[in-house]
Design a protein around this ligand. Sequence first.
Ligand SMILES: [Zn+2]
Length: 313
Amino acid sequence: MKRYAIGVDLGGTVVKIGLVSEGRVIDRATLEADSGNGLRCRLPLIVDRIETLLAVHQVSREEFAGIGFCFPGLADSDTGRVVSTNAKYDDAVEIDIEAWAQSVYGGEFYIDNDARMAVVGEWKYGAGRGSDNVVAMTIGTGIGCGVVIEGRLLQGVHHQAGCLGGHLIVDYRGRRCSCGNVGCAEASASSFFLNDIVQESNPQFYREHAPFDFRKIFTMAREGNEVARKICEECMDVWAAAIVNLIHAYDPEIVVISGGIMRSADLILPYLRWRVASLAWTPWGEVRIEASTLMDDAGILGAVECVMNKNRK
Ligand SMILES: [Zn+2]
């Protein structure tokens, strides 16, 4: 029986590899991503980690279902090809990753956008379990998004439906985003842009305390720093605006939030719940806003779920 599969989450700074069985990550390995230098040079290292995991757990070929990839860009899960990148693994568009995976292990192969894989993980095994209408949003270096509607992963005709939630526009006169657009949620409140945001908001505060990450600025806000509190509130307003847009677009029952910012979930979740409830047009009630229960494992579990589905067909 094919009860083992590998999930590979190609993050911007770390590649996470998980051996999954029956909806649980039973062992894992990581390697430095060096994503600015492309994917090709990482593939031999990924093979090495996977072989080690399979050997340690004595997984036979008969038990091995395949490999699922979470990619930080747009991917076409039908053709198994990466379609578009944004400064991470830019050579992936030219690589036949499926042929590579099959030449090494055989088994099924699946690749899709990383945040979209995370929503599948949350829907099947995490905070979204029990609901068939789930939006997941990952807030970190960038902002990722994935959508399940009426029990189906939303793909769209060009495989980009639902996964560009970080590039919903929250301020059309705002900052230029890395995607080329202006005023995206990601450009207005993500780790990648946080230092720009603080510098523009309060140059003196920036000079005194730079560099910033969300952990640092939320800690300062928690300790009563008024400038930090105001900047944190502006970022949370941006996330709330993006969530309201997602609610209006997709009509979910639950929005699952993950990413590094959830270290400050005790501050962020109550604020987002209050703000979204007061702004969203949902006459039937309130959309639940919950923290991810899987965090880093969500994408790996989602990608493996998609591999298992191909095995079932
Ligand atoms: Zn953008």
